[in-house]
Design a protein around this ligand. Structure first.
Ligand code: ZN
Length: 166
């Protein structure tokens, strides 16, 4: 993957919906549907996006958590229920329930959005569900700028704990 996003985001602190659509659509005419199947975003690209966005949701600016780290915490200490795959109430700590990191297509694939890093934004699980299948400008907001923060979503502690485990 080409790392064009740094320059892209430097230029586009305030991104207009029109610009986004022009830049991120596969097709010239909006409303045209993508053909074929959507690819899953590779894990290494997901990490790039979360790191680029400093582990904050680009829609509500809340800090997000690395779900793989939460899963590891579960293994180490199951009674605390750090993570549940569906965020099930009562089976996962409320603190983390709506706040694990996901990757959102800014312009949805079904609306012609490209599969490229410029079209991805970090979203908390809550915003991911809320804006799922809504179109940008029609209920779905334009992503906010990147929060300046040292927060790492527990990625650093995951690396340390993960490496220590057999
Ligand atoms: Zn959010």
């Amino acid at each position: 993957m080409k790392l064009k996003w740094k320059a892209y985001y430097k230029r586009n602190h305030k991104i207009s919906i029109r610009y986004l659509k022009k830049k991120l659509l596969n097709v010239k005419k909006s409303g045209m549907k993508n053909k074929g199947t959507r690819k899953n975003i590779p894990k290494k690209d997901q990490l790039l996006i979360w790191k680029r966005d400093n582990w904050h949701c680009r829609y509500c600016h809340k800090p997000v958590f690395y779900s793989i780290a939460l899963k590891l915490f579960n293994k180490i200490n199951p009674k605390h229920e750090y993570f549940h795959p569906n965020g099930k109430a009562g089976e996962m700590l409320q603190l983390f329930q709506w706040s694990w990191a996901t990757v959102d297509h800014i312009v949805a694939f079904s609306h012609g959005g490209k599969d490229c890093i410029e079209n991805y934004a970090t979203a908390c699980w809550e915003c991911n569900l809320k804006y799922n299948d809504t179109e940008i400008g029609k209920g779905k907001p334009v992503p906010k700028g990147i929060v300046q923060s040292n927060w790492d979503g527990f990625y650093g502690i995951y690396k340390i704990l993960g490496e220590k485990r057999p």
